[in-house]
Design a protein around this ligand. Structure first.
Ligand SMILES: *Cc1c(COP(=O)(O)O)cnc(C)c1O
Length: 420
């Protein structure tokens, strides 16, 4: 399938820009992608993203628009909504948020007022910026209080309860960006009930595992569930908001539009519908099963090699590697691995002594490379290659080790082609 004319195509006039797209395609094809928040969408999702619905203004919701000519975009949005509700087993879905951050902002706008207290997981502990971090609206316009993990790297539920009782938040947010373990959503519900707070679960990272039953769903416990659509769910870049209560759903709809956003990106919503359709198929369950098996294989092998993993393992698609017993910080590990063709990100570890610009850890995830067909055997291999680089950094023979690893990565990428 030809999609969006990405390839050397005589009809493209803007050679300058399209060169950057082609280069990015080649980078994706030739690197081992371990960034836990990334994935590779199907050609059908890509095709839906580059479609004429980008031309259409459709402020409002299906059959309640502020513009004429909306019958076909209505059809697309209704498909996306119906599929999302089926996928997450819920009654209401708003598929318009442009991103996960927009989804979260809309939810805070719907449930709280400036100055209200919100309780979320601290950024340095694994939470997301939008859960009350100081440089964001969530941290500036609300009285944001944090919880974190205990010394075993597990969410400190006692601290959450204590903090909730002390600060009486109107909203409690659970969900994380670099927390690999199962979140106890029932426990969060009990805590929220104890103080009369709304509970919001942000499943941006886990969504693909949740809809396939490989990670427990918060749907029956949270008042609102938010997610991105582009991480383990493997859809286009975007956000969604899910709920089961009609009043809350109405508040959410008003908060997304006109509260926070203008016209929805109808081409992206079309692509979300395609991705939700894919996630409903049995193949996606097989995919998610492999994502989890691969992540366990990667983490187990890294542990075997003597590396530390925050919390000692993983229940999801990701693991946070603690580098403190190696003489390399996260920032350098990220750069050195990129040089040999492994992409990941530096990541703070709980109680990190280094700032977020340096960090003592890296985060690795298996969602993207599992899409390319890699299995546990290959992830064992990747763990070996990561270890080779990190443990030989600045030691004798490092340059030639780097060369060997680079060659092995290229081989591996060739065996598992992407968009070819
Ligand atoms: C990635 C992420 C987001 C933000 O998503 P964007 O689409 O980048 O805005 C929100 N919450 C969590 C937990 C995330 O991991």
């Amino acid at each position: 399938m030809k999609f969006a004319g990405y390839f050397a195509n005589d009809t493209i006039k803007d050679k300058e820009l399209f060169e950057s797209i082609t280069n990015e395609l080649h980078r994706q094809q030739n690197q081992i992608e371990l960034i836990a928040s990334e994935n590779f969408v199907s050609l059908e999702v890509l095709a839906a993203l580059g479609n004429v619905m980008t031309n259409k203004y459709a402020e409002g919701y299906p059959h309640k628009r502020y513009y004429g000519g909306c019958s076909f975009v209505d059809q697309a949005e209704e498909l996306a909504i119906t599929r999302a509700c089926k996928l997450f087993d819920c009654k209401f879905a708003n598929v318009q948020p442009h991103s996960g951050a927009q989804a979260n902002l809309s939810v805070l706008y719907a449930l709280a007022k400036p100055g209200d207290t919100i309780l979320g997981m601290g950024l340095a502990m694994g939470g997301h910026l939008t859960h009350g971090s100081s440089p964001t609206i969530s941290g500036k316009w609300f009285n944001a209080v944090n919880y974190g993990v205990n010394s075993d790297g597990i969410i400190d539920y006692n601290q959450v309860l204590k903090s909730a009782k002390e600060h009486r938040p109107s909203v409690i947010i659970c969900g994380a960006s670099s927390y690999s373990r199962q979140i106890d959503f029932r426990r969060f519900r009990e805590i929220a009930d104890a103080v009369g707070a709304y509970l919001v679960a942000d499943i941006a990272h886990y969504a693909g595992l949740i809809v396939t039953g490989f990670y427990e769903s918060p749907m029956e416990f949270a008042d609102i569930v938010t997610s991105t659509t582009h991480k383990t769910l493997r859809g286009p870049r975007g956000g969604i908001i899910l709920s089961n209560d009609e009043n809350i759903a109405k508040k959410v709809d008003n908060a997304v539009f006109p509260g926070v956003q203008g016209g929805p990106q109808m081409h992206t919503i079309a692509a979300k519908a395609v991705a939700f359709g894919e996630a409903l198929r049995p193949e996606f369950k097989e995919y998610a099963r492999n994502v989890l098996a691969n992540s366990r294989a990667l983490a187990d092998r890294l542990l075997e090699l003597g590396l530390c993993i925050v919390s000692g393992g993983t229940d999801s698609h990701m693991a946070v590697v603690d580098l403190t017993n190696l003489s390399i910080m996260g920032k350098i590990a990220e750069a050195e691995l990129e040089e040999v063709g492994i992409t990941c990100n530096k990541n703070t570890i709980p109680f990190d002594k280094l700032p977020p610009t340096q960090t003592s850890g890296i985060r690795v995830g298996t969602a993207a490379m599992t899409t390319r067909g890699l299995k546990a055997q290959e992830f064992n291999k990747i763990a070996d290659l990561i270890y080779k680089i990190l443990s030989h950094y600045e030691k004798s023979g490092y340059e030639s080790i780097k060369k060997d690893v680079k060659a092995e990565i290229i081989d591996l990428c060739k065996k598992f082609p992407l968009y070819s």
